[in-house]
Structure formats: structure tokens, C-alpha cells
Design a protein around this ligand. Structure first.
Ligand code: HEM
Length: 345
């Protein structure tokens, strides 16, 4: 029922499950191989026998985003909620196309699809307490929908449609609207994503490897960070650069970056690699960064948070004195094949 109604409206899981094109620049693939397509159409078969990831993870360049986090209305409908979300299908038209990335609280997905769940994956179930009483709050919900498109009207319409379709099963716990700021800057004014992998390398970093439980799925850390604009903007640019560890104009890494700088605390050579799709969020009066980080291994994402909080080595990330996490949740983003298998059971 949900599937049919959404298909009529041209909505679905963006990227790889059916006939419609993902919006933006996309690379599909998993494990050692990948297939690149620029605004290309997607295919219904598995690539070289591998499961196909949700293409929206890699669809760069979309101008408007919404993140909807849902809670099941009652524990006993959680299974139905997962099945309903999994039944959403690919857009059928190129006009007004949107990407929809769907994910689930890891424990819920494991209950529904034990053989397609990465071992040990768990929700953000406890606050992360760092040094100086710094806290990253846990705000785990049951499901997430990340909707992105070329403009807010199509994102808005789709978000309303999805909410209406799920209303017997789930309510929206958190809604966040996001948009890119000055091409690739976050609202600190710095370029965000410099050390991201290329779209060719991103699948092997973001996706669970072929053959492992949850293959071609991804682990998403979604964390909303509020910026203390006044405190940040009172800093001279030279001090802001020390906080980030990079130059503000061109993102060049400082040769002598401080140990508490953000890029020192999240150094991927030490902690492992992730794929970030961060977006600014909010209003003129109240805004910040929606941290959207994908990885194949939850331990890397956890280690980065611990490092930022000062749990590893006692040094707290300087950026956390100017930004504050309001939410924190992990979601498993299954492959489209995993979603299809669930929706067919
Ligand atoms: C308010 C929140 C945040 C803001 C504004 C922010 C901003 C930035 C900026 C400006 C950079 C430097 C350029 C780049 O390489 O992208 C950066 C790097 C990075 N950030 Fe963040 N970030 C935030 C939160 C986080 C969180 C929560 C994590 C991890 C869980 C994270 C992980 C990283 C990583 C891995 C890098 C690259 C480090 C390297 O050079 O290897 N960031 N971030």
C-alpha cells in the first residue's frame, strides 16, 4: 500500500533499487569494485554478484536536504515499520527526482534481518561523557530517512508524503532541514570535506565489505551540532584556524597544528577512514552542522567521538568549545537488496 502510493508520486529509495536516476553525482559499488555513473540511471541487478548500496549516500551536489528521525508508535509495530520503510521504491521519473536514504536502529534491523546485520553494531544508547563534564547526548531513534533533492519543494513534498504514509506506525521525533553554504563550507566558514575520499574510493570506505553480514550496507552516525556563533565569531581568524587545524580560505593543513585542533583529534591516518556528508542546518538565529558520517566499521566513528570528547588521551577537541552536540544516533543503512528481501518477506 505504502509502496504503491509512493510509486504513484514518483518517490522511492534513491540510487540503486529500480528505474529512476539518483539526483547528483553518484558512485555505486562495494568491496573492491565499483561502478561510476554521473546522474546516471541505476540498474536492478547486483554488481558482479555483490549487493547494491543505497545510491543516495554518494549522490553529491544536491541543494536541499531533510533528515527525519522516527520512533515506532508502539514496540510491537517496530517490525511493520521496518517493512513499510523497506517497501518504498525508486523514483520513476527524472523530473523533480529525490534521493531517499533509509536506515534503522541497529538492534531493530538485526531482529528483522539477523543475517544482514554487521556483528556488534549497536545504537547510540548511552551518553558519551568526556573530560570537563563534556557530554555527547544519546538520542537514538528507530528509523531515519535522509531525503535530498535539487530544491526544497520536492524534498518538502516527499517528506510530507513519507510521514503521512508511516503515520499509523511511527511519529517524527526529530526533523532537520539542511542546505549547502557557499558551495562546500560549514557554518564556521571553513571548507568541510577536504579530507573526504574521492567518489571512487568512498564506497570501499563507507560500505560493509562483500561477503560480510550487512554487505554493501553502511553505518551512519547522525549528530546535530549547534554552533555558538557569538563565541566563534569573536575569535580572530588565526585562532579559528588553530581550532580547526586548517587555513580558512583554502583549507590547507597547518604545518604545526595543535594537538587539540579538530583535524588532529579526528586524524584518519590514526583512527581510520570515514565518508562525511555534513550539511549546515537551521535558521539565521539558531544553526549549526548536521554531522552525517558513513563508515564500514562503527569502531572508527566511535573512536573519533571519543577522541573529540577527550576520552582518548585527555585532550578535548577545541571545536567542542564552540559547537555543542544536541543529538546522537547510529543507524544501519542496509543495501537495497537487503531492503528488498525484507519487503518481500
Ligand atoms: C560541529 C561539528 C563539526 C564541524 C563544523 C566539522 C568541521 C570540519 C572541518 C572544517 C574539517 C576540516 C576539513 C576537512 O577535512 O573536512 C573537518 C575534518 C574532519 N572532521 Fe569534522 N566537523 C564536525 C564534527 C565532526 C565529527 C562529529 C566527526 C567524527 C565523528 C568529524 C570527523 C572529521 C574528520 C574525520 C575530518 C578529517 C580529518 C583528517 O584530516 O583526516 N567531524 N571537520
Amino acid at each position: 500500500m505504502i509502496q504503491n502510493r509512493l510509486e504513484r508520486h514518483g518517490f522511492g529509495i534513491g540510487g540503486a533499487a529500480g528505474l529512476g536516476p539518483p539526483v547528483g553525482l553518484v558512485v555505486r559499488g562495494g568491496g573492491g569494485a565499483c561502478e561510476a555513473a554521473i546522474s546516471g540511471y541505476s540498474t536492478r541487478f547486483m554488481i558482479g554478484g555483490m549487493a547494491t548500496p543505497q545510491g543516495g549516500i554518494f549522490a553529491l551536489g544536491t541543494a536541499s536536504h531533510a533528515y527525519l528521525e522516527f520512533d515506532a508508535l508502539r514496540p510491537e509495530v517496530a517490525d511493520q515499520l521496518i517493512a513499510a520503510v523497506a517497501s518504498l521504491r525508486e523514483p520513476r521519473t527524472t523530473m523533480g527526482g529525490v534521493n531517499l536514504v533509509a536506515g534503522f536502529r541497529p538492534e531493530l534491523w538485526r531482529d528483522a534481518m539477523p543475517d544482514d546485520a554487521p556483528a556488534g553494531l549497536e545504537g547510540f544508547n548511552h551518553d558519551l561523557v568526556g573530560v570537563d563534564d563534556f557530554v555527547m547526548p544519546a538520542s537514538q531513534h528507530d528509523a531515519v530517512m535522509w531525503i535530498s533533492g535539487s530544491a526544497y519543494d520536492v524534498v518538502f513534498d516527499m517528506a510530507r508524503e513519507v510521514i503521512a504514509e508511516l503515520k499509523e506506525l511511527a511519529s517524527v521525533a526529530v526533523e532537520t532541514s539542511s542546505w549547502p553554504y557557499r558551495h562546500d563550507r560549514d557554518l564556521t566558514g571553513f571548507i568541510d570535506g577536504t579530507e573526504n575520499p574521492t567518489l571512487i574510493d568512498a564506497p570501499s570506505i563507507a560500505l560493509v565489505r562483500d561477503g560480510a553480514p550487512g554487505a554493501s550496507g553502511s553505518i551512519l552516525l547522525l549528530q546535530k551540532w549547534s554552533h555558538d556563533v557569538n563565541a566563534w565569531e569573536s575569535l580572530p581568524v588565526g585562532r579559528q584556524e588553530q581550532v580547526i587545524g586548517r587555513k580558512k580560505d583554502d583549507s590547507a593543513e597547518l604545518a604545526d597544528k595543535p594537538a587539540d585542533s579538530h583535524v588532529a583529534r579526528t586524524d584518519q591516518d590514526t583512527l581510520g577512514k570515514i565518508f562525511r556528508r555534513n550539511m549546515p542546518y537551521g535558521t539565521v538565529m539558531d544553526h549549526g552542522t548536521m554531522f552525517v558520517g558513513f563508515g564500514s566499521d562503527q569502531r572508527v566513528l566511535m573512536a573519533m567521538l571519543e577522541s573529540m570528547a577527550g576520552v582518548r588521551g585527555g585532550v578535548r577537541d577545541a571545536l567542542t568549545f564552540y559547537t555543542r552536540p544536541l543529538t546522537g544516533a547510529y543507524y544501519f543503512i542496509p543495501s537495497t537488496d537487503g531492503l528488498r528481501r525484507l519487503s518481500e518477506t
